[in-house]
Design a protein around this ligand. Structure first.
Ligand code: DQA
Length: 150
């Protein structure tokens, strides 16, 4: 069975109340449930993880390798623009991943225009709100069906 991991960076635990005009009203728990349900319906397993701490996110990425995770969906949040450590962790485990942002970071402040992840990612989805996670999951499930684990 394919294993997927969705990772959410700092402050995404506040979704639903955090700047709803930018990030929407849907909570993180609601997003995680929609993803887990969709993965399960497709015969895959998805686990979710959120942390406000860079090193904890690095540790979780390293652990993903020993758990036979096949694909990662990640919204690194503010660490998108700052974290070489999380970038290196993803490069180190060499797992395919999609970078997701709820908001269109390119329409926002200049400091959000650079990502430490995009050049390593299979794809980047931004500006489609919480549904961006669902679209990313669609792709990941199709990708895994075409290229099942050896
Ligand atoms: C974000 C965009 C980041 O710039 C910001 O720091 C976030 C959320 C998004 O989902 O739109 O925390 O990743």
């Amino acid at each position: 069975m394919s294993q997927l991991l969705v990772m959410h960076g700092p402050n995404l635990n506040l979704l639903g109340t955090r700047e709803p005009d930018v990030y929407g009203w849907v909570t993180l728990a609601e997003i995680d449930k929609a993803l887990a349900d969709k993965a399960q319906a497709a015969g895959a397993e998805l686990s979710s993880f959120q942390s406000n701490h860079e090193g904890v996110i690095v540790d979780r990425i390293q652990k993903a390798l020993t758990e036979q995770v096949d694909f990662v969906l990640i919204n690194p949040a503010a660490y998108t623009h700052t974290s070489i450590a999380i970038r290196d962790a993803l490069a180190g485990v060499a797992l395919p991943f999609i970078e997701i942002h709820l908001s269109n970071v390119h329409k926002r402040e200049a400091f959000r225009h650079h990502s430490y992840f995009s050049d390593l990612a299979e794809a980047v989805i931004c500006g489609l709100g919480w549904k961006g996670y669902l679209y990313a999951l669609d792709f990941a499930l199709e990708h895994l069906a075409e290229k099942p684990r050896a």
